[in-house]
Design a protein around this ligand. Sequence first.
Ligand code: AMP
Ligand code: MG
Length: 583
Amino acid sequence: MWSICGALLCALVAASSVTPVYALEFCQSIDPKCHNPDDTAAKSQSHTVQSKWTLNASSLIHDLDQFRVSCKKLTEALPVDKVDGNFVRTVKNCIFSKSIPTPLKGPLRLAAVSKDAIEGILDLDMSVTQSDDFLHYVSGARLLPGSVPLAHRYGGHQFGYWAGQLGDGRAHFLGQYSNRKGEVWELQLKGSGKTPYSRSGDGRAVIRSSVREFLCSEAMHFLGVPTSRAASLIVSEEPVLRDQFYNGNVKTERGAVVLRLARSWFRIGSLEVLSQSGEIDLLRILLNFVIGEHFPFITPHDPEKYLVFFSTVVNETAHLIAQWASVGFAHGVCNTDNFSLLSITIDYGPFGFMESYNPNFVPNTSDDEGRYSIGAQANVGLFNLEKLLVALSPVLTETQQKQARIILKGYGNIYQMRIHQIFKAKLGLLGDDEDDNYLITVLLRMMEDTESDFTMTFRELSEISAKRFLNRNFTQMWALDDLSRHERFSDWLSNYLLRLSRQQDDSDLDRQHRMKNVNPRYVLRNWIAESAIRKAEKNDFSEVELLHHVLSSPFVTQETAEEAGYAARPPQWARRLKVSCSS
Ligand code: AMP
Ligand code: MG
C-alpha cells in the first residue's frame, strides 16, 4: 500500500501524536456545525451556504444617506496614530492611522456588484448601486455617513523572513456596519490610494487583480470556504503603471477599487508588529479586543484566555487550509500578514485553482522556490502559527508557553483528521473503513500520474452512476477518461465500488446527490478569469457578470456555464498563463 504521506493530503510532515485537547474542545464552541466527522463537508460546502435571510425585502435601505457605518468601537478601544497625513512613515504605539482615500480619476464604472453581499450583508436595495452616490462612496471619492477612514498597522513574515512594518498600504477601513441579522461587518476599500503604510507603492490596485479578488472571494463563499466577501468592483480611467512579470516590461493599466467585507481584518501580523517592537501593553489591548469581539466563548477574566485563543486559531487555521485543499485552492502568498486571526481567507493575490492534480502546483510565478505550493500550505500554516506563538509569548506564562507548544504539535493531527473527513465526503464514503485512506491515496496518486483534472475528476465521480462506472462508460467524462488510463484504475475501481456497495441504507442516487454537493463543477480557473479580465479591460463586464452568477452556484450544472466551456477541458492557451504578485 502506498504511504498516504506521498500525496497532498499528507504534505504535512510535522504531524505529531499529541492530542490537541484545547483545540478539539474549542472548535465546538466557535462553530457548532463545523468539523462533525461525517457530514461536515456536505454541510459546509453544499450550496445551502447561499444566503438564507428571510427578512422582508421592503425593509432594505433605498437611500444611501440612511446607510451609516461606525468606527467608534475600534477607535475607542484601540489607539489611533497621533500623526495625520498620508505620508509614508514608521508608526508606533497605535493600531490604526487615520487616512483619507484618494479618489480615482473618472469616469468611474460599476463593473460588478454582489447582490448577495449588498442585500444580505449591507441591507441595501440593489437599486442604490445604480446611483452616482454609490459610485462615489465605494470608490473612495466620498465618505459614508459615520465613516472615519483608517489604515491598519501590521507587520508580517514574508516568504519566511520578518519584513517589519507592512500595514494597509492601499486599503482603507471605512467603518463597521451592524446589519439587520445582528452581524457586524467591517467595510474596507482596496486600491483607494496611499496611506502611511504604502512604502514604495502607489496605493492602487489594477483591474485584473481586482476582478480576480472580487470573483474569487464571492466564489469561495459559495464553495463554503470561510472568506472575506466582495460587495462591488469599480473601474476607473486612472493610469496605473505595473511591471506584471517583473521583467522590465512596464505597462499602463487602469486603477480599480473593490469594496471588501469581513467580520474582522486583523491578521497574525497585527499581533506580530506589536510583539516585535516591544509594545506589550498594546498587544494585550488588541488581543483582549479581538477575543471580546470575535471569541465570545472565552471569558475575559480567564487566566488561560490567550492560550485558549491560540488553541482556537490553531484549530481553525488547520480547518481552513484543509478546506482550501478540498477545492484545490492555492492562496499563493501565505505570509503571516495574509493570515487572518479569524481563520478566513483574505488578501486574494496570485491565487490559483489547481487543474491537473499536482501537489507541487504553485500559482504564483514569482514564487520561484514553490514555498507556497498547494501541497506546502499545511506546513506553511504551521510556520505561521509558530510565528503567532512567538508573538503571543510575552503575554503567556512559561507553563502556558509549554502548553501552547503542545497544542501546536496537535495541529498536524487536526489537519489530517479534517482532510480525511473531507476526502471521504468527496468520495461519498459513509462510516469508517480501515481501507479508506488507501482508496483516497491511490486515487490521488493515479490523478497525479495521469494529470487528471482535480475538480472534474471528483465531479464526474459524483455524476457517474455505479452501473456506468462498472461498464467503464466514460463518454463525455473527460477527466475520468484521463484517469481510467492508469494501470491501477481497474483495481481501484473494484475496491471503490465494493466499498460503496457495503454502505447500508445508501442508494446510488443518494451517493451521487451527496457527492455533487461537495464536489463543485465550476471553480475560478485561471483561464476563465483571464478571459473575463481581457474583456473587462475593454469595459465589457459581461463575462465578469456571467462568472459571478455561475460561481454563485458552483455545485449546480448550468446551461450558460456549459456553453461557455467552464467545465470542459481547459484550452491549450491556458497552459501558458501565469500570475504574479504584481497587482
Ligand atoms: P499583499 O501582497 O497585497 O498582501 O501586500 C503586501 C503589503 O504590500 C501590504 O502591506 C500591502 O498594503 C502592500 N502593498 C501591496 N501593493 C501595494 C501598492 N500598490 N501600494 C501600496 N502598498 C501596497
Ligand atoms: Mg496582504
